[in-house]
Design a protein around this ligand. Structure first.
Ligand SMILES: [Ca+2]
Ligand SMILES: [Ca+2]
Ligand SMILES: [Ca+2]
Length: 509
């Protein structure tokens, strides 16, 4: 039996290169028993800070398993114990937090501190035994940031002139910042959320009590979904799901671009590495930014933010990862934190912005990719629409010594909320001059790790194509769209329905 286990470890490790997201490393995966899974974890620039943010970073860990000996059998989500003390981690710095639905665990610092996390051994308990001698398994980690419970402001006081945020939230009758101070329902006309945003229209749509408003604590992904992360997702879903989650048939030839029209367009590097067979054998995808049909090389762009994601793609990724989409109220909180709103501010809390454009990079495509520009408020924006330009590596502006404004970090240390790829979140309703549309019925239900037979998200009330808005600007558009409170694209059918070069996203829990 032990020999068989080691064979499956090798099979499993063949995918492990794809599991690194930025500096996160998960290695030496093994199964000590039928109910435990063990691995080593390390990541850089971790923190648990008292002031001003009173928050910590963490890694969301989840496990996928596949019946062995049949390469095309589906992967499924493995549930973990919901009791924290059933899990363990070495080193005395970290703790493992179980979650009530058992879909994963959070690993984080247990006391105040900052710095890199050196390799620590984690042992997780599964909720039910699996058959070691017949199972492939993957351990997947996503870096997250805790956003604590508390009141915050939405809307930056913009009067929506040409240089200010468009359709910024406000109070019912004017351009005054609105304070979210609970998760209670917001009555019709309580929050100004009309499309024109001019403050003159008093017909504003209501928001239900269960819609996540950002007052309660939640976790937000530290980075946008990277191309490597989306590739890992594609490689662990079946053929029919791959059809829905890419732009071409999974049986297409080696080197076919999976999302963009042509491989490398707008720096999207995801290609078919091994064609699938309809409708049984899934394709294998890889990153190939340098377009030599040699996959997942160090310069192949796996750490670049994933663009060309539709709202349906984003929701499917988050359902599969047992996370959920965020709302635009949560988006503003993740940017601004508990600070007062500042007119035309960006996600890093100042009004200074400097463009980082993908034509001026050091180590382009590498895990160390950085902009040659250095300035406060460095942000991937204002690049223009050339197919040779695109998003940058997630977190490109942050180092262990950068300040919040230097790194473009949010109040809580979340990266690239302003610029790079557009953040797709649940919109909060709008009034377009004739029709009043309330916020969606979304109540924050979590993904469960499984998609429907067509590869779509199927969590309750995750809404249709009209339920989203894009926030925070993107690598292509001018700075005004990057402003924290800009809602220019509320009820925009193109951005809400299409797989385009500017859109990506992240999730929370
Ligand atoms: Ca390559
Ligand atoms: Ca962004
Ligand atoms: Ca689901």
């Amino acid at each position: 039996m032990k020999k068989i286990i080691s064979l499956f470890i090798i099979a499993s490790l063949s995918l492990s290169h794809a599991l690194k997201a930025n500096n996160l490393n998960i290695a030496n995966i093994s199964v000590p028993s039928t109910t435990t899974i063990q691995f080593d974890i390390s990541w850089d620039n971790s923190w648990y800070a008292s002031v001003p943010s009173n928050n910590w970073d963490a890694v969301w860990i989840f496990v996928k398993t596949q019946v062995c000996g049949a390469g095309s059998s589906p992967w499924s989500h493995a549930n973990l114990s919901t009791v924290s003390v059933d899990h363990s981690v070495t080193g005395g710095v970290l703790q493992v937090d179980a979650v009530t639905d058992g879909k994963g665990v959070f690993i984080r610092r247990s006391t105040f501190g900052a710095g890199s996390i050196s390799a620590s051994t984690v042992v997780l308990k599964l909720s039910s035994a699996f058959t070691i001698a017949g199972t492939n398994y993957e351990v997947i980690g996503i870096e997250m940031v805790n956003v604590p419970q508390g009141s915050f402001s939405v809307g930056d006081g913009s009067t929506n002139n040409t240089t200010q945020s468009t359709a910024s939230f406000g109070t019912a009758n004017g351009p005054t910042t609105y304070t979210v101070s609970s998760e209670a329902a917001i009555a019709q006309d309580g929050l100004r959320n009309d499309k024109a945003g001019d403050g003159a229209i008093t017909a504003h749509a209501a928001i239900i009590a269960g819609f996540p408003k950002g007052y309660n604590a939640f976790y937000c992904m530290k980075y946008e979904i990277s191309q490597q992360q989306y590739t890992t997702f594609l490689n662990l879903i079946d053929y029919n799901a791959q059809v829905s989650r890419t732009a071409v048939n999974p049986s297409s030839a080696v080197g076919t671009a999976a999302l963009a029209a042509n491989s490398g367009d707008n720096r999207n590097s995801i290609e078919i590495k091994t064609p699938g067979a309809a409708f049984s054998t899934p394709a294998v995808y890889g990153n190939d930014l340098n377009n030599n049909n040699l996959y997942d090389e160090s310069a192949d762009g796996g750490n670049i933010a994933c663009n060309y994601l539709s709202w349906e793609d984003l929701k499917a990724y988050l359902d599969w990862a047992a996370l959920r989409p965020l709302t635009e109220l949560e988006f503003e909180k993740t940017c601004r934190g508990t600070n007062s709103a500042l007119l035309v501010e960006y996600a890093w809390g100042s009004t200074t912005i400097n463009a980082a454009i993908s034509s001026s990079l050091t180590a382009g495509g590498q895990a160390t990719e950085v902009s040659t520009s250095t300035a406060d408020g460095l942000c991937a924006e204002n690049g223009g629409s050339s197919t040779t330009l695109g998003p940058l590596r997630t977190g490109f502006a942050a180092t262990s010594i950068t300040t919040r404004t230097g790194a473009g970090a949010s109040f809580y240390g979340i990266m690239d909320l302003g610029g790079n790829v557009w953040e797709q979140v649940f919109q909060c309703g709008y009034y377009n001059g004739s029709v009043r549309v309330s916020a969606p019925a979304f109540t924050g239900v979590m993904g469960d790790g499984a998609l429907d037979a067509s590869g779509n998200a199927n969590a309750t009330n995750w809404g249709g194509v009209s339920s989203s808005i894009v926030r925070g600007g993107n690598w292509e558009y001018a700075a005004s769209k990057t402003q924290t409170s800009d809602r220019s694209y509320v009820n925009s059918t193109v951005e809400n329905t299409t797989r385009i070069r500017r859109t990506g996203g992240r999730g929370g829990r």
